[in-house]
Design a protein around this ligand. Sequence first.
Ligand SMILES: [Zn+2]
Ligand SMILES: [Zn+2]
Length: 355
Amino acid sequence: MGLGAVGGVTFTQLAKLGVGRLFGFDPDRYGDESWVTQPALPEQTGQLKAHVQGRLAAQANPWAEVTTAPAFAQDVPLGVLTQADVIVLAGDNLELLVWAGEFAAGLGKVVVQGAVFGANQHAIVRGFNLSDHNAACPTCQLSEDDWSRMTSRLGCDPATLRLQGITPTQTLPHVCATAGQMTAAEVVKWLLGQHDMVLSGSEVQYNLLAHRALRTVLPRKAACRAPHRRWHVVEVQQELTHVNLADLAPRTCVAHDCDGLSSWQVHAELPWLTRAACWSCGQVYPIRRFSRLGRKVATCACGGAVWSDLDGRRSIIPNDDLAAVWKTPLKKLGLRKGDSVALSSNEDRTWFVLS
Ligand SMILES: [Zn+2]
Ligand SMILES: [Zn+2]
């Protein structure tokens, strides 16, 4: 997650090391000054980091299976995340750490985070073993102060930082590259099962000025803002025309009592669309399925198009809708293979990955 000055270096190095399958995600393009710190050339200004770094990694090892996409971590399908042995965080924003605190912890993944503290020339790598949901998570490490400072502290790309209205830190390219290499080293240890050597709930800061390394244990914060909750993940292989929410529900009822529809919260990676209006005449139609915004979801009696928009959008299926669609095939609810849908009850959440 993040293919910039730290993540880009890690990504190519992992390809060279022969890690079988690599997925890389970064939403950004290179700006005018990005080449100063990033593994990119001035002429690549304007290009997507996901494209440039994907090509570099694929060229570095023609036998590596490399997939990249211009996307935020938050957009990566759960069906991809569940396949990961290690999730690498190398982004310069706070949201990424908060996302990892929920998703990587929910899926019980190993997380390796690469970062820099530019002003002191510190290259930083952190490791978290989130298969233990009570272990320290990336979000645990954020102090109240960090919530406002973190973006500039981790930043390596002057262009993105400026976009966010932040004064770029004086991070030198070799500091970022060092953090990228340290991150690759840590990932390899996890993949090789060298569990006595890995950083697990700890970090190393390497100071390139004094050539000193400092290893610190990262505490599990009792008042962490992340949920520290492990999800169940169930793979669904049936045809989506033959399976509905009522079929899925009993599979999550083993551990607790699930009486009646009202005990369920259902959501997916796509928003739920409860209703939508014709853009020509204003007639409102119930839609009751998952849909991305801006999609045409029906044709009005007047001939006009009905588009999904913010008005009918819900993050979870409202109770009335849930009763109406409980036995509707998942395909009719707008779900496709590769999507995931979550059924939650009390503190428990089960993700069904439609594979
Ligand atoms: Zn935490
Ligand atoms: Zn109409």
